[in-house]
Design a protein around this ligand. Structure first.
Ligand SMILES: Cc1cc2nc3c(=O)[nH]c(=O)nc-3n(C[C@H](O)[C@H](O)[C@H](O)COP(=O)(O)OP(=O)(O)OC[C@H]3O[C@@H](n4cnc5c(N)ncnc54)[C@H](O)[C@@H]3O)c2cc1C
Length: 83
């Protein structure tokens, strides 16, 4: 890319972008996300317990432990909820 301006931002030529990603990056939920507070259902249970229309949520963040086993379990559950 030639040096120039884009939307008022100075743009410099780049040779590459390095993107690092954490493996097993654990969710940093707010209090109550996993177990609920004041007798209210936990947000993750609201997302997981049933589909929302034709959408079912599947993500290891909802399981609480970020690994491939939970990604498979979450996907299996979500797909079955939609069948
Ligand atoms: C470097 C690294 C090493 C790892 N090593 C291991 C290991 O050895 N063993 C192990 O068990 N686990 C390992 N993990 C963890 C494991 O890969 C993850 O926990 C798992 O892949 C999470 O699955 P997920 O389905 O929750 O999310 P993801 O795999 O992140 O899937 C989310 C998907 O949603 C897509 N997406 C995001 N936003 C949108 C959007 N707006 N529209 C459409 N699609 C979207 C993304 O492109 C992605 O395909 C590793 C992770 C990393 C990063």
């Amino acid at each position: 890319m030639a040096q120039g301006r884009a939307g008022g931002i100075q743009v410099f030529p780049r040779k590459g972008i390095i993107l690092n990603r954490w493996g097993h990056a654990y969710v940093n939920p707010q209090p109550g996300f996993f177990f609920g507070v004041n007798g209210k259902p936990a947000p993750r249970d609201i997302l997981r317990n049933r589909p929302h229309g034709r959408i079912a949520f599947a993500n290891t963040d909802l399981a609480g432990a970020s690994d491939h086993r939970n990604s498979i379990r979450e996907a299996d559950r979500a797909v079955k909820q939609l069948l």
